[in-house]
Design a protein around this ligand. Structure first.
Ligand code: ZN
Length: 198
């Protein structure tokens, strides 16, 4: 005997989320069935609110309620130092570590031929436009250390160098094959301080 269809649907929805297996999905669904209606309504409302109110900053790509975001809009940030990362989650990681006083540019992915992601699917053209119009003093490439991130970094260097901007990349300090978000604060600080010009 299986659960009634609405419960099966609920379990199936949770099981689609990253990091949640069938067993966890089942546990969460049963937990929700036991909790009171208000709690569940708040949960549902939070999911809808987040989607409705949060967008990506049109300049840097970070998650924000206001466009441009607080970082892009801040006079206290060094607008002449653009740190390029793969995704908005990397911006959060670097902000939490407090290691960059400039601004950011999220590519929204990395070049991955196997997954059909080419340079034109990423926010690379937007980065080049930004460098041409804002004329920043430096662009810091802070991508991951695996093969696809490396290929993306090389592509960016080829595109950015002709624009005459100073380009540097973070020091190799990030464990190979890992994403930025798995690195701790000290590693991130060292990686940024040890950046070298390319
Ligand atoms: Zn922004």
């Amino acid at each position: 005997m299986d659960y009634p269809t609405p419960v099966q649907n609920l379990i199936a929805q949770f099981a689609r989320l990253p990091g949640i297996g069938k067993r966890s999905a089942e546990r969460i669904a049963l937990h929700l069935l036991k909790s009171n209606g208000d709690t569940n309504r708040q949960l549902a409302q939070s999911i809808l609110d987040a989607k409705a109110k949060i967008r990506n900053c049109s300049r840097c790509g970070s998650y924000t309620e206001h466009d441009p975001c607080e970082i892009c809009d801040s006079p206290r940030r060094d607008q002449g130092s653009i740190c390029v990362v793969e995704g908005p989650n990397d911006i959060l990681t670097l902000e939490r570590a407090g290691v960059h006083r400039g601004v950011y540019h999220a590519l929204m992915g990395r070049i991955s031929p196997l997954n059909g992601v080419g340079a034109e699917q990423l926010r690379i053209a937007a980065l080049l436009d930004r460098v041409r119009s804002d004329k920043p003093a430096e662009v810091i490439l802070a991508l991951g250390a695996d093969v696809e991130s490396e290929a993306t970094t090389s592509h960016l260097i080829d595109q950015l160098k002709p624009l005459g901007v100073s380009v540097s990349r973070i020091a190799l300090g990030l464990p190979a094959g890992s994403a930025l978000e798995t690195a701790d604060e000290v590693t991130l600080a060292r990686a940024l301080e040890g950046r070298r010009q390319v």
